[in-house]
Design a protein around this ligand. Sequence first.
Ligand code: ADP
Length: 612
Amino acid sequence: MPGGGRGPGGPFGRAYMTEEEKASQPKITFALVKRVMSYLKPYVLQLLLVMVCILVSSILKLMPSIITGKIVDEGLIARNIKALVYYILISLLATFLGNLIGVAESYLNNWIAQHITFDMRNQMFRHLQKMSQRFFTNNNQGDIITRMTSDIDGVESVIANTFTSIISNVMTLTVALVAMFQRNALMAIVGIIIVPLFTIPTRKAGKTRWTLTRESQACNDEINGILNETMSVSGHLLVKLFGKEDYEFEKYSDANKKMVKLNIREKLAGRWFFVVLSTFTSIGPMLIYLVGGILMINQGADLSVGDITVMVALLGQMYMPVNSLLNIQVDWMRSMAMFSRIFEYFDMEVEVRDTENPKNPKLRHGNIVFDHVHFSYDGSKEILKDITFTLKNGDCIAIVGPSGSGKSTIINLIPRLYDVGSGRIKWNGVDLRDMELAHLRSGIGVVSQENYLFNGTIRDNLLYARPDATEAEMIEACRKANIYDFIEKQENGLDTMVGNRGLKLSGGEKQRIAIARVLLKDPALFIFDEATSALDSISESKIQEAIEPIIETRTSILIAHRLSTILNADEILVVDDGRIVERGQHEDLVKAGGVYQKLYETQFAKAISGTQ
Ligand code: ADP
């Protein structure tokens, strides 16, 4: 296929937008363009250099086509070997130099694109780190990752391809047209009319192909879905236990068959397209020969054979640039859509943020006070209503209540995963919102029901809490967390791998490692969310043994499900429907005969025999 310009359909290889893209077309405003440009600003010098390179290399690459005229007229027709060799050498040299400059241009280009996306990636990561818990609960993890990866990759391709492709194509076309008009205006006009005619079938074929590609992508997704489901740890177990191997195989094999058909069709669409295109592209030169021939032979126009050859050669160089330029609008829209999707994330307000002039009180010996706290996740349904209590330094408060009553929400407010709606939480007399987030969070250690251990060794996971912890400190923390016996029994001790998300460990072991981790952090406040899920009684009692000394001596707040833990607390808060409905000591609450007493009968009493 005749070359000269840059890829058909721009960086994305498509000349039209999908329905989805059309629906999410951004409003291209001056502000948006300005914002995009602001990312290019630090690289203005390099960009100028790129433009110079493009300019020079476009001209150099067209030189051979223009020189063919000389080769024909002054070399071949004039039968002059010297001139022939001279022009051939010049032509080769121009091609070589053009390509050489092309390399420099592409280096610079990619350098700029990589640096811009480097800046954007870091900016995005930093920004996402600041997003609140609400953001991560409301947004699909896949979406977040797509935005971090594909969208920014898209931007990279936009910068590396779209921008330069526009400049380079305009350059090539301008030079080609000027050269054509210089020779003969009529023939130049014929050329201009022909070229778009050829690019239309290209677009049509591209569309068919794209439809097929999308179908095969959907099919691929289906196959991946089946693989994900059946080849995962729990999925394959389900298949085996229900004896569904044949059923799953048939599903897989059907999808696979569909894929084969689609792939063949897709490849063939390409072939047909090529047949049509090459037929069309060979008609172009013939037309030029015909018109040129009539002008030269019948009309006696001032045209040489070389001029006509140049026209044909230049025509060949015009297909790609014209095709690309026809798609510019789409490319441009797509690029802007990509940027605006990224900007959408950048513009999301950081909900929980540091104040300008933070006060950082000593956390270790301060009381924590909830002062008429109200809270809602969505701004309408109030989840916490008038929560007021004081956690004195060294004390332990147990929160109990039915599921969904707001217990987790109360403890989420302390490390400011969310900010209170109204009222305030104070620690050592200072509103949490007036403290530096890092300071506040350094004072809190959380052991939740679902503890996240990352894939690495037990040591790695422990050191995450305190990178400078010594071996002895780690061992002591593990002893206190009642997990050291287990670690000692492992062949690799602290260097035992915990597996993906800690899956190689049992729930109880994970819990105790998580306890060791917060012990190592040694925070001013311990927060425990006691697991409701069934742990065997040995695991439970081991966890219990690890927690008890902490809640007896350290400031702590816990969501309690077990009577023994509750009995150890200095105060019990009974939460129901977002309110503290009862508070006090176990005996009194049982006697009061309210919500607590009911909970006690249904939930805690069964644990009495085991734990009391
Ligand atoms: P508990 O810990 O007592 O089981 P939670 O504090 O988790 O209760 O939940 C209290 C209420 O808040 C429930 O009605 C729950 O549906 C709602 N809730 C919890 N988390 C969110 C969230 N991220 N967004 C919206 N609503 C939530």
